[in-house]
Design a protein around this ligand. Structure first.
Ligand code: MIG
Length: 685
């Protein structure tokens, strides 16, 4: 049961698709305090209560013990002291452990407020949950006691998740600084030449002419359309980046049209707001305005016509290096101090002024949207910008390619954007702790509808190491978005750059072997409003130990994973919530199975090994691959080897489709397979 509560005069965000009427009952799951400019909700958390959700955030799967602030922020250091990352995912579940919650029920809560929302989950008071939202918002409450069911209800409320083309479930390589077509060719050759499958190469900002959206630098990428076709012949898709800011430059059509038609955000004087990002000075398309959204989305057509079928939207918090007005102010203040004999206080003040130029809250309060006739100050709808930039593209794709899926994902997002595209988790670092963070972020993101997601494998910032990339890949083979990406200036980290090519090839090939499973489970999660990644307690709610596990995940209906994320570890402790069959893989061809009992185990996991745990009476398909599989298109989904753990028999619903059209539901896409224990034993080598 979902109850809806309206406070003040909320802005329509587009997060929710289901029409509900205002609840007649009073708001009662938390104490409500209506303040002058905010509403505050609070409640007690008993010792064993757990909070799940909040999507893209720092820290563990159980969110207790910190305050999380929904305020989309471009911050490339995802350390545990940060309160905000790129997304605003205001859904959480307070799971009450029945035995100490005095009959209080668990509940899920979604705060539909596009401005700043604070979830203080026991930071101020260990046992108190306090949510602070703006005075104009809608709050949805889902009461229940079943975690999976509460999530399903929420997901029905917010609508079906985005489906990526099947090729985007292959391995993808990116780096900020692939400068030329020649370099991209060598990346493809680096993989395919060594038998490492690869489906896509990303084009970061360097492909553009002076970082101008919807342009291609002719010198670095001559005959772009031919180049796109050349790559396609090798089965490789090019995925260009699109940034939010439009460069201010005379005769640049996107700029000229935007100015002429009033498609850009305005400052308080009604002038086009000026910020600076990669292209230098830019205007921001007012994607919260339906006309501007249609225009900006339509711009992607030019690239699609040249054979492009995937995009990533960046810098759409929107990130601001500085605003023109604030820069001037800061300069003036510093100039005043120029002749002063500066004391330390003044020095730090000056330094902070300069550091504070980027992503400054005052700038976000100084420009405006025209939400179809309503003038709204940006900070009140800040968290909707990335969402609507992505929606702009997606709505345009519906017109340009109504029957075809196009890959689309974004850095910034709000609940609701999951219907239009996926996300990647932004600028992480090549640190072991960031691999753990990535594991822990997945279930919260899935709760909020973001299924097509993954982190920058190997780490974006900082120099990586061979073992970190390998361990990260061993987790990455399970994330729907499996992309290796690194920042300019860091060590090269493509799979072929390292000594042990065989191990990298074997691990990446496992992804292609797992494709029938990953794709089936992804589609089930989409079509049934379920989570592809779950904390294990979601599947074993009667097992109090399962609630304590922070570093293992259920993936789809048949398996559990326990990735290694510690430097130099030769294995790890794993908790099995029931008897499971451990499958140890050095490669798709070299694997062994062993049944392990419920309980705690230390499992040896060598650097080049992947271990998965199959649930009792479950099985999974593995595609049998030729040695020369280069892309997803080379995977023969009819040659399947079944891995299963059955007392008597196990069954599985296999899903497959052409991977390209948008017709997902026909009956013939589904195939039910039932195998007995004996049959399963035979399929095993
Ligand atoms: O300020 O386009 O998160 O993936 O490589 C950095 C360059 C801008 C941030 C993205 C990252 C991308 C980078 N971008």
């Amino acid at each position: 049961m979902i109850s809806k509560y309206i406070f003040g005069e909320p802005i329509e965000t587009g997060a929710v698709v289901m029409e509900l009427t205002q609840s007649e009952a009073d708001f009662s799951v938390m104490q409500l305090e209506v303040q002058e400019n905010a509403i505050q909700l609070s409640c007690h958390m008993a010792e064993n209560d757990i909070v799940y959700g909040l999507g893209e955030q720092v820290r563990g799967m159980n969110k207790r013990g910190f305050a999380y602030i929904s305020n989309a922020t471009d911050d490339p250091a995802h350390t545990e002291n940060k309160h905000s990352l790129y997304g605003a995912h205001n859904f959480m579940i307070l799971h009450r452990c029945e035995k100490d919650s005095d009959g209080q029920k668990s509940f899920g809560i979604f705060v539909d407020d596009p401005g700043t929302v604070i979830f203080d989950v026991g930071q101020t008071d260990l046992d108190k949950l306090v949510i602070t939202a703006g005075k104009n918002c809608v709050i949805y409450v889902i009461e229940g006691n079943n975690l999976k069911d509460m999530v399903k209800q929420f997901r029905e409320l917010i609508g079906q998740s985005y489906v990526a083309p099947k090729w985007a479930f292959g391995y993808q390589q990116s780096r900020w600084s692939y400068e030329t077509a020649e370099e991209v060719r060598s990346v493809v050759e680096g993989h395919h030449g060594k038998g490492i499958p690869l489906d896509a190469v990303y084009l970061d900002i360097d492909y553009m002419e002076s970082y101008k959206d919807f342009t291609v630098d002719e010198e670095k990428f001559p005959n772009f359309e031919e180049f796109t076709a050349e790559m396609k012949e090798q089965g490789v898709h090019l995925v260009p980046i699109i940034d939010a800011g439009v460069k201010i430059e005379k005769d640049y059509p996107t700029y000229e049209e935007g100015v002429r038609e009033n498609y850009f955000c305005k400052d308080e004087d009604g002038e086009d707001f000026v910020a600076a990002v990669w292209p230098g000075k830019v205007h921001f398309p007012d994607v919260l305005n339906s006309r501007a959204r249609e225009w900006f989305g339509g711009k992607y057509r030019w690239l699609i016509e040249q054979g492009i079928d995937g995009f990533w939207n960046d810098m759409n918090e929107p990130a601001i290096f500085y605003s023109e007005k604030n820069l001037k102010k800061v300069f003036d203040e510093i100039m005043l101090k120029k002749d002063e004999n500066m004391d330390l206080h003044a020095f730090f003040q000056m330094k902070n002024l300069v550091v504070g130029l980027s992503n400054n809250p005052v700038d976000y309060q100084s420009f405006y949207h025209d939400m179809d006739g309503k003038k709204i100050r940006h900070d009140q709808v800040h968290n909707l910008y990335g969402f609507n930039m992505t929606r702009a593209a997606s709505e345009a794709f519906d017109k340009i390619e109504p029957d075809k899926r196009i890959l689309l994902f974004s850095r910034s997002s709000y609940v609701g954007m999951h219907r239009y595209g996926g996300i990647w988790t932004g600028d992480n670092n090549a640190w072991w702790g960031q691999l753990l963070l990535s594991i822990q972020q997945m279930p919260g993101l899935n709760m909020c509808g973001f299924l097509y997601t993954g982190s920058d494998i190997g780490g974006f910032g900082s120099d990586t190491t061979e073992d970190l990339v390998m361990r990260w890949l061993e987790f990455g083979i399970f994330t729907p978005l499996m992309r290796n990406h690194a920042a300019i200036g860091t060590r090269y980290q493509e799979a072929y750059q390292f000594e042990n090519t065989d191990a990298f090839r074997n691990i990446i090939r496992m992804r292609y072997g797992l494709l029938p499973y990953i794709y089936s489970e992804y589609m089930k999660a989409v079509l049934n409003n379920e989570m592809y990644f779950r904390p294990i307690a979601f599947d074993y709610p009667d097992d109090s130990q399962a609630f304590r596990v922070e570093d293992q995940l259920m993936v789809g209906e048949s398996i559990m994973i326990a990735p290694v994320y510690v430097q130099n570890a030769k294995g790890r402790y794993v908790y099995l919530p029931e008897d499971m069959m451990m499958v140890r893989m050095k490669s798709l061809e070299e694997k062994s199975c062993e049944v392990l009992h419920k309980g705690h185990h230390y499992i040896d996991i060598a650097l080049d090994e992947v271990v998965i745990f199959v649930k009792k009476n479950h099985m999974l398909p593995l595609a049998v691959l030729d040695q020369n599989v280069k892309t997803i298109a080379d995977v023969d989904e009819n040659r399947i080897e079944w891995i299963g753990f059955a007392e008597e028999s196990a069954e599985y619903m296999l899903y497959s489709d052409d991977g390209m059209s948008r017709n997902y539901t026909p009956q013939e896409n589904w195939k039910k397979v039932v195998l007995t224990k004996e049959e399963l034993a035979k399929t095993k080598k």
